[in-house]
Design a protein around this ligand. Structure first.
Ligand SMILES: Nc1ncnc2c1ncn2[C@@H]1O[C@H](COP(=O)(O)OP(=O)(O)O)[C@@H](O)[C@H]1O
Ligand SMILES: [Mg+2]
Length: 305
């Protein structure tokens, strides 16, 4: 039972998204404590975090490398410790954009046309600009470049090389930037993201971190009923195709012909009270502490994995 369980709230982590994770972690810690639950902070700095004695559930808020890619999940399973959210395999598939792309294509989930480029082979992509260059195993728009014309390609690939040997090249989709919360196999109200200059990058995602201008958010998105249904349907299909447990937040682009394209599923989405998944849950009448409680409770039910 959740009320008699000590919850270790794991935050920080060794990766690039440490600061964002600390914000999520403190927000969830506060919300769980507000509900009278026994929640304690664990500030993770390496890949073998010590859990407090007597902990019965790890609430994982470590975004990106280590926390979101299956490594922490495998470590917790080694300890026999129940944890929130996606498991080892689903985390790995969702986090690696190359793997996820293959899963989406296989399952018929609409997603921008893409190819994987091996940077050591120094070949040009067959997709022509406008295109998007992405390091396959990063988050928070880290290393993502929108290449509008051919002469910008080399610089984008050179930067992508800082993150690894392979890079995902995607056809650029012009359209609305949407994201959909999926909790317990159900899609929640769609959030429409309106970045200040049309680019949803680090600065417009986390203005408080970067001094950028921030984005506007509209939830539920102003879409007609059938488009809303289509977008929620593809988001749920993406979540299910990746076999994600408990919850995720699926990023979707909607083109001018109202065709949705799934970009990715985030298995450790931002969890401050004003983050996108909490915004969506709030629009459905679920306050932030209750959202945290539901995730913890459903995850605890899975037991040790
Ligand atoms: N194929 C695409 N067409 C247009 N914009 C894209 C495309 N892929 C990514 N973007 C832009 O880059 C952002 C980050 O890409 P995403 O695949 O969601 O990776 P991340 O893990 O960094 O969030 C998106 O929110 C969107 O603004
Ligand atoms: Mg994204």
């Amino acid at each position: 039972m959740l009320s008699s369980t000590k919850i270790a709230v794991l935050m920080g982590g060794p990766g690039n998204e440490r600061e964002v994770s600390l914000a999520s972690g403190h927000a969830v810690l506060g919300a769980l404590q507000e509900l009278g639950l026994d929640a304690v902070e664990v500030n993770v700095t390496d890949t073998e975090p010590q859990l407090p004695r007597g902990a019965g559930l790890a609430f994982n808020l470590i975004h990106g490398t280590f926390g979101e890619d299956g490594q922490l999940q495998a470590y917790l399973e080694g300890l026999g410790m129940p944890y929130t959210g996606a498991g080892v395999l689903s985390s790995r598939k969702a986090f690696d954009k190359n793997l996820a792309k293959a899963v989406f294509e296989q399952a018929g989930v609409p997603t921008p046309r893409a190819e994987v480029l091996n940077l050591s082979a120094s070949l040009n992509p067959s997709i022509i600009p406008p295109l998007v260059v992405k390091p396959p195993r990063e988050g928070s728009s880290v290393g993502v470049h929108i290449v509008k014309q051919a002469d910008e390609l080399d610089a984008a690939l050179a930067d992508a090389a800082n993150y690894g040997n392979d890079v995902l090249i995607e056809e650029f989709v012009k359209g609305m930037e949407l994201t959909v919360a999926v909790i317990d196999e159900k899609a929640y109200p769609i959030v429409h993201i309106i970045p200040p200059d049309g680019v949803y990058d680090m600065r417009s995602k986390y203005p408080w971190l970067s001094g950028g201008q921030g984005s506007q958010y509209v939830c539920p998105a102003d879409l007609d009923e059938s488009t809303t249904r289509d977008v929620q349907e593809v988001a749920l299909a993406a979540h299910k195709a990746l076999e994600i447990e408990i919850y995720s937040r699926v990023d979707v682009l909607l083109d001018s012909k109202k065709r949705p394209y799934v970009l990715e599923a985030n298995t450790i989405p931002g969890m401050t009270a004003t983050s996108l998944l909490p915004k969506s849950a709030a629009a459905a009448g679920i306050p932030f502490p209750e959202l945290c409680r539901r995730i913890a409770e459903a995850s605890l039910k899975l037991g040790s994995r």
